[in-house]
Design a protein around this ligand. Structure first.
Ligand code: BG6
Length: 500
């Protein structure tokens, strides 16, 4: 496995700990080698030490074994090169040829591009020129991280450049949300139970709400984030993939393409949001400085690397429809943002009320029947329904049936990268984004970006860091009966602890 951009954070925090976790579970082949590649000169020893530190710091749910870490470390080495220069790739090839006999590994290669996106097509093209896309002596797979383009046009260009060098079935586009156990569980919950699927449509579902809140700010990534914003960073990829799995039709089999065909149909059925509807259906916000638990946090425009006059959104809430037979007329709501009161990602399916109200219903029960799929943290599933309040009369109280993955204490929940890296090794692309799906998602998102760019009347609202975004986002979903589900209170004003 060759990791381009190996001196970066992703390799240290995610990739190497995930590879170690696979090694620990004996899920790596006996013969393997990981070559870190980057521009900086780093001696092998130093690279190994740094990676060991990453394993110790960032490994989750795994028992660290000193001896085993030492063994694992011996499979790592480092190679300095300028990734933009064609001639450097023959040097890389020789280095890899030398590594192979040492490790006795086959000619199966994974190339992981953990680099700025501007290098994706350059690296892919140069790898192909030195024969690294030719699979006659073993598989050659290219893994890329988002962003897959900046808008529809650039994503089409990127895909065509990648396809000049590698075949689509050799390209694995990582969306780490698809690697999350609970995101995959959406498939299993929906299609292994007879009780949910009959209700999973416009006849019984009132609306669907998807929230992905983060309490952190831009964490030193201001330079990148300012050119991206919440819509490109989270919604176009992670959240639309979650929409795909929530709304898809049953696949004909568990085959990668059968599943991806169905999620893609959902993306193709997203009803375009017209220019005149953007202001009312898409609310964007940007956090401003505020106190969180007594501590002053900077506003987005004061973050390092961010333009002090930036109009990049750190929050987005959107109402949209899926124009197909299953979902016609059912509103879907998505919101995501930085510096919100807590970190939580959940899908909430709100079912329609009974046709007639026979009983006195308590205050909290505005939308009594909700199925909440908690993607993170505290992964699990919560079903809310009404039961009789004990005592005289027939008062209804909403109760919870709550399942937490943590209760399966003997189960190892693999990290997203662990699962995804394993899948690419065995050639299973189910949990990777296909070119056409990425393009379909851009097709939906790009017109909104265009409106924001070209129409100076489009507003961006400020919200105090530590709150649930601009109040205008509430109007999206306030039909008088329901609102967004607030998993916990605001932090900014009253310093309340945010309880899920
Ligand atoms: C990344 C985004 O893709 O996902 C980050 O670039 C974001 O801005 C992160 O913080 C969220 O991932 P997770 O797994 O913490 O929900």
């Amino acid at each position: 496995m060759v990791i381009f951009g190996a001196s970066g954070d992703l390799t240290y925090r995610k990739l190497i700990p995930a590879l170690y976790a696979l090694y620990n579970q004996k899920l790596l082949p006996d013969k393997f080698h990981v070559l870190g590649v980057s521009r900086t000169t780093i001696p092998d020893g130093e690279f190994r030490e740094k990676m060991t530190e990453g394993i110790r710091k960032f490994s989750e749910n795994i028992h660290l074994n000193d001896l085993q870490i030492e063994e694992f470390k011996s499979h790592l080495s480092y190679f300095q090169m300028d990734m933009t220069l064609e001639e450097e790739y023959s040097r890389l090839k020789s280095a890899l040829d030398e590594t192979n006999p040492n490790e006795g590994a086959d000619s199966n290669y994974l190339f992981y591009l953990s680099t700025p996106p501007s290098l994706f097509s350059v690296i892919a093209g140069n790898l192909s020129k030195v024969g690294f896309s030719n699979e006659s002596d073993g598989f050659k797979r290219l893994i890329i991280e988002k962003p897959f383009g900046y808008d529809l046009e650039s994503s089409l260009t990127l895909n065509s450049q990648l396809h000049d060098a590698f075949l689509e079935n050799q390209i694995y586009r990582i969306d780490h949300y698809l690697g999350k156990e609970t995101v995959q569980n959406l498939l299993v919950m929906r299609f292994s139970n007879g009780i949910f699927e009959p209700l999973w449509n416009r006849n019984y579902v009132d609306h669907v709400e998807i929230t992905s809140a983060e309490s952190i700010g831009v964490e030193g990534r201001g330079g990148y984030y300012d050119g991206s914003g919440a819509i490109r960073d989270m919604l176009q990829n992670h959240l639309l993939q979650v929409v795909g799995l929530t709304a898809m039709e049953p696949p004909s089999s568990m085959d990668a393409d059968a599943i991806r065909n169905e999620t893609m149909k959902v993306l193709q059925s997203l009803k375009p949001i017209k220019h005149e509807d953007v202001a009312s259906q898409v609310i964007r916000g940007q956090y401003v400085s505020s106190h969180i638990r007594g501590e002053l946090v900077p506003g987005y425009r004061e973050e390092k690397g961010v333009n002090p006059e930036s109009r990049t959104e750190t929050f987005i809430a959107m109402k949209f429809f899926i124009d197909n037979w299953r979902w016609g007329g059912v509103p879907f709501y998505i919101r995501t943002g930085k510096r919100l009161p807590t970190r939580v990602t959940e899908v909430v399916v709100h079912f329609k009320p009974t046709p007639q109200k026979l009983f006195q219903v308590d205050e909290a029960c505005k939308s009594c029947n909700q199925l909440i799929i908690r993607i993170q943290p505290d992964e699990g599933v919560l079903l809310k329904f009404g039961l009789k309040q004990p005592g005289a009369g027939f008062n209804v109280k909403t109760v919870n049936m709550d399942f937490h993955y943590s209760e399966l204490s003997d189960t190892h929940l693999p990290s997203a990268y662990e699962r995804l890296l394993y899948d690419v090794m065995v050639g299973d692309s189910t949990l990777y984004a296909r070119a056409d799906a990425v393009e379909a998602a851009w097709k939906f998102v790009s017109p909104i970006l265009e409106v924001w760019k070209n129409d100076p009347d489009q507003k961006i609202y400020g919200y105090p860091a530590g709150t649930w975004g601009p109040e205008n986002a509430d109007d999206l979903i306030n039909d008088g009966e329901t609102g967004w589900r607030y998993p916990c209170k605001n932090l900014a004003d009253d310093g309340n602890y945010c309880e899920l």
